[in-house]
Design a binder for this molecule. Sequence first.
Ligand code: NAP
Length: 243
Amino acid sequence: MRLKDKIALITGAASGIGLATAKRFVEEGAIVAACDYNEEALKVAKKEVGDSYRIYKMDVSKHDEVKEIVNKIVDDLKKIDILVNNAGITKDNFLVKMPENDFDAVISVNLKGVYNVTQVVVENMMERKRGVILNASSVVGVYGNIGQTNYVASKAGVIGMTKTWAKEFARYGIRVNAVAPGFVKTPMTAKVPQKVIDYMNSKTPLGRMGEAVEIANTYLFLASDEASFITGQVLGVDGGLVI
Ligand code: NAP
């Protein structure tokens, strides 16, 4: 029970890595404020995860809506110990074919969404002089990737914010880290063609895609007191892809 009595807010918690993280956190004793803009998926997940999975419909890209919902979560649950900024989308294309809307959409969820949610949540953490903030980056945020200008820009930006906030909030006892997954089996990667998956697996020393629970376990470690001296880091969880 590594997260006994902790309250964790997880964005994008209705699917993939976010849902796997919510499940692991609940297994370890946390109450999870599961936020997602897909309300139906949240309701389905609640049946599976149970009463400790409290659902909140929230679009991370909407600044005012985030403020309203996060304040409601604090009213309902009294505090937020752990924030996992997990919600993310892709709209891949080569730069010359990438519409402005697709650039803006990915930045508004993956980058501005992290700013929106953290700005409100951190106030509660600063008052209480404790907290853990975990951000979803990606190996491509460190190394770049063809066809992902918008996504890579967002994930590199998340690393920048992670390091900045680690410095800015350390004096309040708040740790901030990012996780950079490689290729993980989730609905997000379900649309990737099999030949690309085969190629990625051939480039990965461990020879396979990651499972969502393997990223969830990384968030669990970083959220727990076992990681009490770790801040400002980007932890790669990629089967050795970028060695
Ligand atoms: P996923 O299965 O698509 O789950 C993402 C969840 O976020 C979905 O429930 C999605 O709802 C929700 N969401 C999207 N936009 C939102 C918004 N504006 N507000 C609130 N919720 C929103 O994706 P995943 O693979 O688990 O990815 C989770 C995170 O890990 C993302 O940040 C992703 O970039 C990162 N990541 C994933 C991989 C990978 O290989 N899977 C690798 C590196 C990094 P809908 O389903 O309705 O869109």
